[in-house]
Design a protein around this ligand. Structure first.
Ligand code: DX5
Ligand code: ZN
Length: 217
């Protein structure tokens, strides 16, 4: 299963619903929603009311990427707002295992995100619990940054571990993904591709088409 997962961080928030409809018409089924608290990352983005309001407009899977300190404090709220999949940063909580269980208790899919400098060993005792691992391919906080080439190795290593253990876990990549490199990161072993600026800067329909085509090639 391969998914393009547009990050609405780069959308025009004045036309958010309309832009999401354009993506749905192109066959997009997942939406990546970046929540930033100005503490875990320097930036502040959007939160619960926006998710709640979008939930009424679309059936897409809401992939909520929490870039917030101690995300365990807000799992219930994001579940109620309409998240389908909640991804927590391993670096953001003292109690990763507990936070994972909180998401699962809500009946949602759960992912763990790793910053570029965080080793895969952070997943050693929780991997089997997860539906997805998010390999950050930029330092989180902003759209429009360049893919960190060293992350190729991390994706390949993770895919090898997942295959070796016979697990069914998605590998999502986030940061600097475009039609130019999506085939390459797919080759490395990723299967969920977040793209923000590459989708929303310019003509949304044709940008999405280009990425989907490169992804499915
Ligand atoms: C960055 C966010 C990303 C961001 C990606 O912290 O997690 O989801 O929107 O943007 P691009 O695709 O422009 O690198
Ligand atoms: Zn993200």
């Amino acid at each position: 299963m391969y998914q393009l997962c547009p990050s609405i961080l780069s959308a025009d928030f004045n036309r958010l619903g309309e832009q999401i409809k354009i993506l749905e018409n192109e066959g997009v089924e997942w939406l990546h929603i970046d929540v930033m608290d100005g503490m875990f990352v320097p930036n502040i983005s959007l939160g619960l009311p926006v998710i709640k309001s979008l939930r009424k407009e679309t059936e897409a899977l809401f992939d909520v990427h929490l870039m917030i300190e101690e995300p365990g404090r807000y799992i219930d709220d994001f579940a109620e707002a309409g998240a389908d999949l909640i991804t927590l940063h391993a670096e953001a909580t003292k109690h990763l295992h507990r936070a994972i269980q909180q998401v699962k208790a809500k009946g949602l899919k759960v992912g763990v995100a790793l910053n570029p400098a965080t080793p895969l060993s952070a997943l050693d005792y929780v991997l089997e619990e997860l539906d997805m691992v998010l390999i950050m391919t930029v330092n989180p906080g902003y759209g429009g940054q360049s893919y960190i080439a060293k992350m190729d190795d991390k994706i390949k290593e993770l895919r090898a571990i997942i295959n070796e253990k016979g697990l069914d876990i998605d590998i999502e990549v986030d940061g600097g993904i475009s039609a130019k490199n999506v085939a390459h990161v797919k080759e490395c072993g990723a299967n969920v591709f977040v793209a923000g600026s590459a989708v929303f800067n310019g003509d949304i329909a044709s940008s999405a088409k280009d990425i989907l085509e490169a992804m499915e090639a």
